[in-house]
Design a protein. Structure first.
Length: 317
């Protein structure tokens, strides 16, 4: 049962990555993000109400588990998904999914730093394989079609750099697709540890999704300056793009519910490995459905394979 739920979550997470890429070409991520998490909350609330009516039994709250689900929602629904959406736009679905597949590695690192668990030589080797795979998956060959006449201009600009422009490098790095994808994977890893702990004490996955989505929505409304302009932006946004983001919200809500429920049956690292092996499905989709617009190369495929091999090694040793 746990394996089936994890595979269903994998399929929905993979579809969501492709849907987000298509939707981002029509509607800005800042608008689509709020649409998706709003649908998360509404759809999860509808299911919880329906579940309560059908089962006809009162819900028993576990406050420590509620707190863990709330924290998990901040790290996944708010931080993780925001960085994931931006990384999909900047890197493309295949490369972004390769970084998402590194999530279990961060789970091991968190366990090492926080819980004091030891890392074997095999773990270190597997982590090295993952990092190498991410570098290869993210590699983009230089554009040979660029005009050589532009090079003197670039040199002149470099010579005129001021300390101000040099400090902007740090901001540029923070806004790069690579950083966004890595930090997004780390945020999801934290949320998975929290969810795994919560579901062991309180087997209410849909309530966990609802609490987490509500916290993510609240965090975005309170912390984002763009939330106030959302109603006006929504009126003028492309309808098809909005529908795609709404579909993304339903997909992620159902995928999270399947993933959390699977953690009741299987160890958290195993569930994480299965559900975030998205390159297996996203790379073929990027080639055939998106007509390889992101220019997937053999290095991208090989790098993604190294990531998956490293994750599998860490979990099986």
């Amino acid at each position: 049962m746990g394996e089936l739920l994890a595979v269903l979550a994998l399929a929905m997470f993979s579809i969501n990555i492709v849907v987000t890429k298509i939707a981002s070409a029509r509607v800005a991520v800042s608008i689509g993000f709020l649409v998706a998490i709003t649908i998360n909350v509404l759809f999860a609330l509808l299911i919880v109400v329906g579940q309560t009516i059908i089962e006809q039994k009162p819900l028993e709250a576990n406050y420590s588990a509620l707190l863990l689900f709330a924290l998990a929602g901040f790290f996944s629904t708010y931080l993780g998904r925001w960085f994931l959406y931006d990384s999909i736009v900047k890197l493309g679905p295949s490369r972004a999914s390769a970084f998402q597949a590194s999530n279990p590695m961060f789970t091991f690192v968190i366990a090492w730093l926080v819980l004091g668990q030891t890392l074997t030589k095999m773990d270190v080797g597997a982590a090295s394989s993952i990092l190498l795979g991410l570098c290869l998956a993210n590699y983009r060959p230089p554009d040979r079609r660029s005009d050589a006449s532009d090079r003197p201009n670039a040199t002149a600009v470099a010579q005129e750099r001021t300390p101000n422009t040099l400090t902007c490098r740090f901001r540029t790095m923070l806004g790069s697709g690579t950083f966004l994808a890595i930090f997004g994977a780390f945020s999801y890893a934290v949320s998975n540890v929290l969810r795994g702990s919560a579901i062991r004490d309180w087997n209410e996955p849909m309530l966990g999704v609802l609490v987490g989505a509500s916290v993510g929505l609240g965090a975005y409304v309170l912390l984002s300056s763009e939330a106030q302009a959302f109603p006006d932006n929504l009126k003028h946004a492309d309808r098809k793009g909005i529908y795609l983001y709404a579909f993304s919200g339903i997909l992620t809500m159902l995928a999270q519910a399947c993933m959390i429920t699977a953690m009741w049956y299987l160890p958290v690292p195993i569930v994480t490995l299965i559900t975030l092996s998205t390159p297996i499905l996203v790379i073929p989709a990027g080639i055939f459905l998106l007509r390889n617009r992101e220019k997937i190369s053999a290095l991208t495929v090989f790098g993604s394979a190294l990531v998956l091999a490293g994750i599998t090694t860490m979990l099986l040793t």
